[in-house]
Design a protein around this ligand. Structure first.
Ligand SMILES: C[S@@+](CC[C@H](N)C(=O)[O-])C[C@H]1O[C@@H](n2cnc3c(N)ncnc32)[C@H](O)[C@@H]1O
Length: 299
């Protein structure tokens, strides 16, 4: 009993989350929100109809909502093609995916580097192969980073893992159920295309865009070959106001910079500063706490 208590205590926040919740992100993702969920939880509306997560990434918030016994239809989107393909496959073809991932795990553990670079160089032939390759590379690459070259080819080097779990079949099956239960509408779309059309009164929208950088080189903001610019942040703030006029509940997380504060100054009374850790930084000594802003359009 005592031992078990000690084990629970020594688990990191994200491990505790995994332990306590039904499912969790099936990829490691820069800017992932797992460690902020306890804070975000306070701001989840008690009822809503449809749920929108247009900067999906690892989808920590979606899984969290799924574990809360809420019933909702979800609209999940992102501009990263590999990621969106993987979500569709997890939703619709999870058993075939698991078979391929088991094979990747076995082969990777035989020859690590050789297998990693072979897999990285080989273009997949089908959507299922593409999803399996994406997940396997995510679990074995340096820091779980996603980076592509000018031609859109994944070019992250191998990470330092002795025996990585590439196929977490229990979690994948649970994710698949959560996606099907919420009739997830999974699309490869720019946030503007989704938000300008679909959310209506009574819906909940969680916005977690790439961070507005505190300096030119400070943070990682490139998840695809196109970055997220200051103009994108401004357009997003315009959409935030449009959704407010439509009576949607919108919760946004971003870095705490003067630029972001200025963009959302009309919502200052519903803003909160939080300290978060950056999950992905090539230099582990720089994985320090930083200030983030949570901005809502509702009390
Ligand atoms: C901070 S991450 C989201 C992390 C996520 N909340 C999680 O828990 O892992 C931002 C995401 O926005 C996506 N993205 C970047 N530009 C976008 C755009 N213009 N429209 C939609 N998604 C975009 C990136 O591919 C990335 O997955």
């Amino acid at each position: 009993m005592l031992q078990q208590k000690h084990a629970e205590h020594s688990r990191s926040e994200s491990e505790q989350y995994k332990y306590n919740h039904i499912c969790y992100p099936f990829v490691k993702w820069a800017g992932g929100k797992t460690q902020l969920l306890r804070t975000l939880n306070k701001h989840i509306p008690s009822t809503f109809n449809q749920y929108f997560e247009p900067f999906l990434g690892g989808g920590a918030m979606f899984y969290y909502l799924s574990s809360k016994n809420l019933r909702f239809i979800s609209y999940l989107s992102d501009t990263n093609e590999d990621l969106i393909n993987a979500y569709k496959i997890v939703k619709n073809k999870v058993e075939e995916l698991i078979l391929l991932l088991e094979r990747h795990e076995k082969e990777f553990n035989k020859s690590h580097e050789e297998y990693y670079y072979e897999l990285r160089a080989k273009p997949p032939r089908t959507a299922i192969e593409r999803a399996a390759r994406f997940i396997a590379l995510n679990k074995t690459c340096y820091n779980g980073l996603y980076r592509v070259n000018g031609k859109g080819e994944f070019n992250v080097p191998i990470g330092r893992y002795r025996k990585p779990v590439i196929c977490d079949s229990t979690n994948l099956r649970r994710v698949s159920i959560a996606l099907r239960q919420s009739k997830a509408n999974i699309t490869l779309k720019n946030y503007k295309d989704v938000l300008s059309k679909y959310p209506v009164e009574g819906d909940f929208v969680y916005l977690d865009p790439p961070y507005s950088p505190a300096s030119e080189t400070a943070y990682f903001t490139k998840y695809t070959h196109v970055g997220f610019t200051g103009k994108d942040q401004e357009d997003l703030a315009d959409i935030f106001r449009i959704l407010t006029d439509r009576n949607c509940r919108v919760l946004l997380s971003n870095s705490d910079t003067p630029f972001i504060r200025q963009l959302y100054k009309d919502f200052a009374k519903y803003s909160e500063e939080v300290i978060a850790m950056r999950a992905i930084n090539s230099d582990s000594s720089k994985r320090l706490g930083h200030k983030e802003l949570l901005i809502r359009n509702y009390p």
